[in-house]
Design a protein around this ligand. Structure first.
Ligand code: ZN
Ligand code: ZN
Length: 176
């Protein structure tokens, strides 16, 4: 079984993420927390990055308040946080969080596509709160259904700027 460090390492380098995707500054030199986001499709990692909090805020701040509200409502309604946090506290391994979607509870082995997110503090220690978590693609699609066209475009531009290939809602969850 994969360890949490393996899950959260870069698949490309096999090591911890070292730089922010956007500002390119070494993460340990940034006096702020950072997020690691990875997307899997049919067992393969198709998108991965680390982003520092200031850069992440730079993207989310541009989203419309209606869009942010739509996502917030999804997170509140579709995720049983109380139940999940109880489970998280009882779990022996952090990797148990990746065995089922945080929202619909579909098992990972039954998912074609899913994403994982984790938060690190400014010193590089993994923060265990609501994150790390795993969410399936169809829940991300549901969550982003309430986004306005402008907010979608901001996200698409973000993906297009840093990654090659077709951009969609992939990874959107990571921004909230
Ligand atoms: Zn940055
Ligand atoms: Zn789901």
């Amino acid at each position: 079984m994969r360890t949490i460090d393996e899950w959260l390492a870069s698949e490309e380098t096999g090591k911890r993420f070292s730089h922010c995707l956007c500002c390119k500054v070494p993460l340990v030199e940034i006096d702020a927390p950072w997020l690691v986001n990875k997307e899997y499709l049919r067992g393969e990692c198709v998108l991965e990055y680390a982003i520092c909090q200031p850069c992440r805020d730079g993207v989310t701040n541009r989203l419309s308040s209606e869009s942010k509200e739509a996502v917030r409502q999804f997170l509140e309604r579709e995720i049983d946080w109380e139940e999940r946090m109880k489970e998280f506290m009882l779990a022996h391994e952090l990797t148990e969080r990746f065995t089922a979607c945080i929202a619909c509870r579909t098992a990972r082995k039954d998912l074609e596509s899913f994403g994982i997110s984790a938060l690190f503090d400014s010193s590089g220690a993994l923060v265990t709160g609501p994150l790390p978590l795993m969410v399936c693609k169809s829940c991300v699609t549901k969550m982003t259904a309430g986004l306005c066209a402008e907010s979608r475009a901001i996200w698409r531009d973000f993906l297009a700027k840093y990654f090659e290939g077709p951009a969609d809602d992939t990874g959107f969850f990571d921004l909230f």
